[in-house]
Write a protein that binds this ligand. Structure first.
Ligand code: ADP
Length: 352
């Protein structure tokens, strides 16, 4: 369309076309009249002009409207997944507005949304591929180990009293690992798919930490690690959160501080009132985390020291679960660490 007509409404275009036709026809009749071939008065010419213009305008108006309706209907059918409203009729088209520009805009919007959707789908597909790859890789080791021990036993080791019990125990330990991985995967799946509904209630975070300390006491004793509070940071605070998932967070963080803490060391929990929220920190004086590993500790299946993590029964999913839970609460978690000196995990909780 030439730029001159670009911003005209269909109604204006119909009018211009009608005016042009009426002018041309009236002029031709006037020429014929002036040659004496078809005499017509000035009044006649005026009536002719008005009649032609009115008829042409109406014809154009309805024809253009119908034409636009057909085209737009087709476009909307393509860009709108849902059905068009049943009252979308030709006479609903606003001929005195620049509707083609509106359609242009809607089509552009649709294309942008489509691009965004495609991008998100691609991301999801990559994520799923990586996730399946990670999971099968993680499951392989315990499965191979179980297979190996059972086949060795079947091949005769079962009658060798020097190793048979030991091999069975190792197979059982690997089966336990498999179970732990699957359980953690289920938790992550629930968190990621939004299936986990948070049961937000007010509770005392210091009391909950006491309970977790008591539950992990035996594990801490095995490594002669003391579980305690930082001096002056052990007050009782009421928070609003899903108690059971925060219990899981505390278990994972304190258990890690035992697994990666120094034998004979200490794990300290601190509770701070930060006006708008409560800050909870879990610190250990263990092996710490190398700076290049720090950004990855919350990634699923990340382990700075694979053998140590496996030995301690780790799945590499603990911190990933912690992060998901804290983010589901719309709170934050971070970590700071000095290799050889220890690590501190800090998280925020909503004040009750
Ligand atoms: P894992 O089951 O291996 O413990 P996590 O997701 O809980 O998995 O932790 C991921 C990795 O982060 C661990 O393998 C370990 O390398 C590192 N990590 C976690 N907590 C600590 C800590 N308190 N001190 C040192 N390293 C830690």
């Amino acid at each position: 369309m030439s730029p001159m007509f670009k911003n005209q409404t269909p109604q204006q275009l119909s009018l211009i076309a009608a005016f042009t036709s009426a002018a041309v026809i009236t002029f031709l009749v006037f020429i014929l009249g002036s040659t004496g071939f078809f005499p017509i008065s000035w009044q006649g010419l005026a009536v002719l002009f008005i009649v032609v213009m009115a008829t042409d305008f109406l014809a154009n108006f309805f024809f253009v409207r119908y034409y636009i309706f057909r085209k737009i209907k087709l476009i909307y059918k393509i860009i709108h997944r849902h059905k068009l409203p049943t009252d979308f009729k030709a006479d609903k088209i606003q001929m005195n507005q620049n509707i083609l520009d509106d359609v242009d805009r809607e089509v552009d919007q649709w294309a942008e949304e489509h691009d965004r959707e495609l991008e998100a789908l691609e991301k999801l597909a990559t994520y799923r591929r990586r996730f399946i790859g990670d999971v099968s890789h993680e499951l392989k080791t315990p499965i191979f180990n179980i297979q190996g021990f059972i086949h060795t036993l079947l091949d005769g080791a079962i009658d060798d009293s020097a190793v048979n019990r030991q091999y069975l125990q190792r197979a059982a330990r690997n089966a336990d690992r498999l179970e732990a991985i699957v359980e953690d995967l289920e938790t992550i799946n629930k968190l990621e798919s939004g299936q986990m509904v948070l049961d937000l209630r007010d509770f005392d975070i210091r009391d909950l930490t006491d309970e977790v300390f008591a539950d992990l006491e035996m594990k801490a004793k095995e490594r002669s690690i003391r579980l305690t509070y930082k001096e002056g940071a052990n007050q009782h605070f009421r928070v609003r959160a899903d108690k059971e998932s925060i219990r899981q967070v505390l278990i994972n963080l304190i258990h890690n501080s035992i697994k990666y803490g120094r034998e004979g060391g200490v794990t300290k929990v601190s509770l701070y009132d930060m006006e708008s929220y409560i800050l909870l920190e879990v610190s250990d004086n263990g092996l710490g985390i190398q700076p290049e590993h720090l950004p990855h500790v919350f990634d699923r299946f990340f382990r700075a020291d694979k053998s140590r993590s496996r030995e301690a029964g780790g799945t590499g999913l603990g911190l990933s679960i912690v992060k998901h839970i804290i983010e589901a609460h719309k709170q934050t978690i971070n970590v700071r660490s000095t290799p050889g000196q220890g690590s501190t995990f800090g998280l925020t909780l909503e004040k009750a």
